[in-house]
Design a protein around this ligand. Structure first.
Ligand SMILES: [Zn+2]
Ligand SMILES: [Zn+2]
Length: 296
């Protein structure tokens, strides 16, 4: 089972990278991609956890787990109708020391923290018991703070029963407290990932329940300018969206991935709920030159 999109507590998941690796191994995942939002800060801990697992695994005769290190980049894309939409871009196996990526991820993380502060202010003004500054003070200084962190604070304050409920009722894009952050133009992000030896895959492009999405024509344009793949099997895609994306990918020669977008208890989807086919992984790995796939 190959799961190419998961989050740890380094961004907005709830498992530490060590716990995430253990969760994946216990679930029978054979290839795990760690794709935290706008950071590679979890890469080393996940690699160390994998090494620990490797020695335990070889002793027990259990099949090994392999680790693909990546990140989910916050981007803004043309929507195909003259406007723009926010979009997520998965970058795999790029060089994490690439100066352009380091600088851009820092910029996005700064904007993420500013957004949490601003949403906290709006919520406090609306009478909700949220203090954005106090919330940020509890997170590592350079962390990619996100709405799930506000959601957890709302759970802790007894406002809602769960983080998914917080999203539904208070944190959604069309809600009264939402504040946008800085996002990298998607073509620039694709070029940046490619220049750092990585592979770029458009994450959940038709996840309509999250808000407006790109048109198919936009994905065609991006395919012509270096996009390598598209995430088709994702919990937020219905059967029609998957069929449309699969057909589009076939026409454009894009890799078709599937993944859970696991966030621990911050979302309801279990790890490996959606998976990627082995030949797709092999093609992805063949294209990458920025970082290696690690074996346990
Ligand atoms: Zn995403
Ligand atoms: Zn994600």
């Amino acid at each position: 089972m190959i799961d190419l999109h998961t989050h740890s507590a380094v961004s907005d998941g709830t498992d530490t990278p060590t716990e995430l690796v253990a969760t994946a191994a216990a679930a029978g995942v054979t290839v795990l991609a760690l794709t935290d939002h706008d950071t590679t800060a979890g890469w080393d801990e996940a690699a160390a956890a994998l090494r620990g697992l490797g020695s335990a695994g070889s002793a027990s005769g259990a099949p090994g787990l392999r680790l693909v290190r990546g990140a989910e980049f916050s981007t803004v894309s043309p929507d195909g109708h003259g406007g723009t939409v926010t979009a997520h871009l998965l970058g795999y196996l790029f060089d994490p020391a690439d100066p352009d990526i380091v600088a851009e991820q820092e910029r996005v993380r700064g904007s993420r923290r500013e957004r949490v502060r601003a949403m906290g202010e709006r919520m406090a003004a609306g009478g909700l018991p949220i203090d954005g500054d106090a919330l940020l003070a509890r997170l590592p200084a350079d962390s990619p703070a996100g709405r799930p962190h506000i959601g957890q604070a709302l759970v802790d304050a007894g406002v809602v029963g769960s983080v998914p409920q917080a999203f539904e009722e208070l944190l959604r894009k069309d809600g009264p407290y939402y504040v946008e952050k800085y996002n990298t133009p998607i073509a620039a992000a694709i070029a940046m990932i490619a220049a750092a030896g990585g592979v770029a895959v458009f994450a959940h492009p038709f996840a309509r329940r999250r808000g407006p999405c790109v048109d198919a024509a936009v994905i065609r344009d991006l395919a012509a300018t270096g996009l390598h793949g598209v995430e088709v099997d994702h919990p937020d895609h219905d059967a029609d969206d998957r069929a449309a994306l699969r057909a589009l990918a076939a026409e454009e020669g894009l890799l078709v991935t599937g993944s859970s977008d696991y966030h621990g208890t911050n979302k309801t989807t279990p790890i490996a709920a959606e998976t990627t086919a082995t030949p797709v992984l092999d093609a992805l790995v063949r294209r990458a030159t920025g970082a290696e796939v690690l074996a346990g």
